[in-house]
Write a protein that binds this ligand. Sequence first.
Ligand code: ATP
Length: 199
Amino acid sequence: MSLTSLIISGFKSFADKTELTFDKGVTGIVGPNGSGKSNITEAVRWAMGEQSAKGLRGEHMPDVIFAGTQLRPAMNLALVTLKFDNQDRALKKDADQIEITRKIFRDGTSEFYINQKSCRLKDIVSLFLDSGIGRSSFSIISQGQVEEIFNSRPEDRRTIIEETAGIHQYKIQKETTLKKLEQTTDNLNRVEDIIAELH
Ligand code: ATP
């Protein structure tokens, strides 16, 4: 599976619709300070389901929409589309090409699409979580994150390794199942109390 194309429109400094295509091998993005290099990786993270505005250097999610310049008015919609070659089926969906789109409007409402079909944010997050390249995984490493890994507590470092190895999703599923089990045990205890009272 590989990222083949990124379409950005109205996202941060990318007011105009811009398409970046990625060939096989390594792609380098170069440019002067403040020219928008980090905005490109943020666009990728955002489309993959980033839910923290602070993680995208903003206060609120609509801050990702082009805020205008002296020469150009602000916009009301940000849109990012990612296209993946999925011939190896690394993403668990039966399609050779997978297209993810995320939109946000100035009033804060959002829309999500997988292969042009409307979906929930959850569907996008789980599509990537299953593949081990979730929005919070370390397939995207931002400035400062390397130091953060070195300085992190051993438990946090373990989580990083588990996520990279693709087993973190099972831990999350295990926690959810254990919670459900606990609720079911509580319910069973209550039923037993009621039965005892009736006897
Ligand atoms: P550096 O090399 O210094 O890390 P960079 O190339 O990674 O810089 P970015 O941090 O991606 O640059 O881009 C910063 C630019 O994006 C700034 O000029 C900032 O004004 C602009 N920008 C950020 N958010 C918005 C927005 N919502 N609307 C318009 N411009 C924005």
